[in-house]
Design a binder for this molecule. Structure first.
Ligand code: ADP
Ligand code: GLC
Length: 494
């Protein structure tokens, strides 16, 4: 089948979080299954292209005050996947993808509306796919446009849409006058369509208009249909429950494997774990911690700093945690509240809690390799990739049992020798502390700890199985489209 991916970030061209990892890897596995896959991304300042060629010189995007003209450049093919970039420098040639520390760019609605329209118009020239596979609010207008102002366009008659929710916490909320600004019809501004507490909600539009909705773990697909996790859209999702499914993200083991990783000091494998000690020393040195401490268990954190990730729980227990025999090394950036919180904890407990406020892929890999444990106490987590990377690196995950964290980590049972990590359910500091203590105590028994590490390292979360699940969804959507287009035979009266 021909599939077009439309997304706002993708490795190796742009990244702020796990969406980029997914968009960088899933298309390749779909191509390996025989699909023709093209990926459309915005061309940001950080997007490095070696030999860009203009393939669509001008796409007209109407706004109420003026027309804007975007173009599309080809980034060539990688592993059987074509990459196209929507170019409109006034919108995308900026320092960041979505905003500055002061907040989101005020013209994000226009930026991603222009992106979405350009993907549709360009595909009329480059090839209309069987399926537009859109991701998160930034490409949510594609299914909306296809079923509203483009609904009479014969070019798109057979095109189906799949929408993947990577995070319900980001919906693309804008004031009502965004609709006329983007030349979208006013009748979208009703509760059954895009209106949401007086604002226009891009994500809601996609949930209403897509043929099929997926999210990135089975558990999260259920959670988002509840008030606690639905961010106000649980009702919309429940209405569409028969076309909502959870497909767990995979991992690109070419990027994330201790046997091949180029970012750290020594390689290791389940058969020979010895290199991990070298990685640990290297990690502690990178954080300026005296290597005499190398026997202490190290708990790693790599994260966007956002309320979703549960770091307020660490603040609740910091003084008691700091009394334990362990070191925390954290890498993260984002929300000022958590950046400042970690810097404060580092000042208070300099030998116990180390932090780098940065976005740094090399250090992220060093933490995966050098830490003994990996902490993700998320309030909610659609899938989470770092805990799955951690399994491969023998870096035992300590997670809250929510979303993909719950689906991917099995609790360690020292008696049976089964399990891959440590989980807690209640969202509070006490539960977190108890679980960290259980992990620290298990670490004392070297033989059984190594068994636990190997359990994780031997797990396989490669993309192949998930790509097959997506193929099934695409097939279903094709059948739905065909059925919608087949005229119902008239009843013959006798
Ligand atoms: P989310 O998408 O919610 O941020 P995921 O666990 O799915 O969470 O994916 C996060 C991805 O972003 C991982 O590849 C992780 O290594 C990377 N990442 C997050 N924060 C940083 C950081 N500060 N420096 C480098 N990489 C980071
Ligand atoms: C989101 C989620 C994360 C998920 C990622 C990729 O950013 O927060 O849990 O792994 O998307 O799907």
């Amino acid at each position: 089948m021909n599939i077009v991916f439309a997304a706002s970030e993708g490795v190796p061209f742009s990244k702020t979080g796990g969406l980029a990892d997914v968009v960088g890897a899933l298309p390749r596995s779909l191509a390996a299954l025989g699909h023709q896959v093209s990926v459309f991304l915005p061309r940001y300042r950080q997007t490095k292209l070696s030999d860009p060629a203009v393939v669509v010189r001008s796409v007209t995007v109407p706004f109420d005050d003026q027309y804007r003209f975007a173009s599309v450049v080809s980034g060539g093919s990688q592993n059987g996947v074509r990459f196209y970039f929507v170019e409109y420098p006034p919108y995308f040639d900026r320092d960041a993808l979505y905003g500055t520390p002061a907040g989101d760019y005020p013209d994000n609605a226009e930026r991603f509306a222009l992106f979405s329209r350009t993907v549709l118009e360009a595909s009329k020239i480059l090839g209309v796919p069987h399926i537009f596979h859109c991701h998160d609010w930034q490409s949510a207008l594609i299914p909306v446009l296809l079923r509203t102002i483009y609904s009479e366009d014969p070019a798109f008659k057979e095109a189906g849409t799949v929408f993947t929710i990577h995070n319900m916490g980001y919906q693309g909320l804008f004031p009502p006058d965004t609709l006329p600004l983007l030349m979208l019809p006013w009748d979208l501004f009703t509760m059954s369509k895009m209106e949401f507490f007086g604002q226009v909600n891009f994500l809601k539009g996609a949930l209403v208009y897509s043929d099929f909705i997926t999210t990135v773990s089975r558990k999260y697909s259920q959670e988002i249909q509840t008030v606690e996790y639905g961010f106000g859209l649980e009702g919309v999702l429940r209405d569409r429950a028969s076309t909502v499914t959870g497909i767990l993200n995979g991992v690109d083991y070419d990027e994330w494997s201790p046997q091949t990783d180029k970012f750290f000091a020594a390689k290791y494998s389940p058969q020979d774990l010895s290199g991990k000690a070298t990685c640990k020393q290297d990690l502690l040195a990178a954080f300026g911690i005296s290597t005499a401490d190398v026997k202490l268990p190290v708990i790693g954190i790599v994260s966007r700093f956002a309320a979703q990730k549960g770091f307020d729980l660490i603040a609740q227990i910091a003084d008691r945690l700091a009394r334990e025999e362990m070191i925390v090394v954290a890498l993260g950036a984002g929300d000022k509240t958590y950046e400042e919180m970690f810097v404060r904890l580092n000042k208070q407990f300099p030998n116990k809690i180390a932090v780098k406020v940065a976005y740094d892929n090399a250090i992220a890999h060093k933490i995966e390799a050098g830490a003994d444990m990996f902490l993700m106490p998320s309030r909610y987590e659609p899938c989470g990739l770092n805990q799955i990377y951690s399994l491969k690196y023998g870096t035992v995950p300590i997670v809250r049992a929510t979303g993909g964290l719950d689906d991917t980590i099995e609790p360690w049972d020292a008696r049976t020798g089964k399990g891959t990590g440590f989980k807690f359910t209640e969202y509070n500091g006490e539960s977190l502390l108890l679980t960290i203590k259980a992990a620290l105590s298990a670490y004392q028994d070297e033989t059984s700890w190594q068994a636990l590490m190997r359990n994780g390292m031997n797990k396989d979360f490669s993309w192949n199985a998930s790509a097959r699940e997506y193929s099934k969804v695409y097939e279903k959507v094709r059948q739905m489209r065909r059925a919608a287009l087949t005229p119902v035979p008239e009843k013959v009266s006798v």
